[in-house]
Write a protein that binds this ligand. Sequence first.
Ligand SMILES: *[C@@H]1O[C@H](CO)[C@@H](O)[C@H](O)[C@H]1NC(C)=O
Ligand SMILES: *[C@@H]1O[C@H](CO)[C@@H](O)[C@H](O)[C@H]1NC(C)=O
Ligand SMILES: *[C@@H]1O[C@H](CO)[C@@H](O)[C@H](O)[C@H]1NC(C)=O
Ligand SMILES: *[C@@H]1O[C@H](CO)[C@@H](O)[C@H](O)[C@H]1NC(C)=O
Length: 327
Amino acid sequence: MKFAMRFLVSALGVAAAAKSAGHLRASLASDITAPQQALLSLVAAAANGRGDSPEFDISSLASMAQSISKTGGVPETVNTIKGLVTGMLESLSQEASAAQLGVTNKTLFETCNANKAAAMGEVAKLEAAAPADGHYAEYNQCIQELANLNTTAQSCTSQEELLRVAKQARCEYFSAVDRSNNYQSWFCYEDDFPVSSTYEAYLQRNINMLAEYRTRKQNCTDASSSYSAKQSECNTKTSPVSIKTLHCETLKSNATEAFCTPYQGKVTACNVYDSCWAASEAAATSAYDTAVSISENLKTQWNALKRVECLLDVLTKSGVKPEACVA
Ligand SMILES: *[C@@H]1O[C@H](CO)[C@@H](O)[C@H](O)[C@H]1NC(C)=O
Ligand SMILES: *[C@@H]1O[C@H](CO)[C@@H](O)[C@H](O)[C@H]1NC(C)=O
Ligand SMILES: *[C@@H]1O[C@H](CO)[C@@H](O)[C@H](O)[C@H]1NC(C)=O
Ligand SMILES: *[C@@H]1O[C@H](CO)[C@@H](O)[C@H](O)[C@H]1NC(C)=O
């Protein structure tokens, strides 16, 4: 049942459609003998008066009314037209009810509420799963343990550093008398065997040199092994620090997440709810405006149809004057 009014206008002819209501009343008064013509004009005036009216199928009615004037058979044709008019009135009522339903429809708002409740429910689950302090107790304990491990490791490495310096000093001291790699060339230096010295002195000097060499060598060897032993010990103390550091970082991000994820969830839920509600309000306003506009148009169409219905009675019942149909 959706035809534009322009179909009606073309069915009736431009001249008829152009008649104003004032002209119509005048023509009805002077042209009582042709009421079917008045019907056509009235319908045309309804179309012309409301060029922006929504569509409804009145073109058949117009054609039929035209056929009345040409072929006769008035009572049958009028009944057919009455049937059409009744159908169109019913259709208008349905359209009005549908527009009314659109105004009272709260589905969009209810959906916003339901979605927000569901999102908040998910947030509540997260909050319930996390401890009240959001895992910060675990994190703080980890930091304490890390500090203890670090203190132990730091104390070890400072001892290691002392031993490294001692080793370096001892071994440098030893290398100063160590000519074992090239002792033959060294042996030939005259300075080392002064001719003025006694042989006894020569032997004595070499005994002392050997003893010094051995002590320094032993001291270098001892210092090196002390240093190596400390290095191994410190390695076993520093690697737990790295492991613990990583673990604490994981706990920290978990602790932060335990606090922030529910918070972010709430922020998101509220933002979504705000835009959902705004969209629902916009839709409700639009539905209301549409309903108002539809109802105004329906009123016009309803009145026009009622007038047509009245004019149909003019065609079939004696004593009903067309003037009675022009309210
Ligand atoms: C109410 O509005 C919703 C969403 O716009 C729609 O899906 C539903 O069909 C409407 N209900 C009625 C009774 O109009
Ligand atoms: C370990 O202690 C040292 C010295 O106090 C400090 O510089 C370092 O940042 C600490 N390392 C860790 C992982 O705590
Ligand atoms: C060897 O080391 C000891 C200490 O461990 C030190 O008393 C001594 O003087 C050192 N001797 C030499 C020759 O370096
Ligand atoms: C992080 O927290 C969740 C519960 O919120 C827990 O299941 C998980 O084991 C934690 N991760 C670590 C590394 O502690």
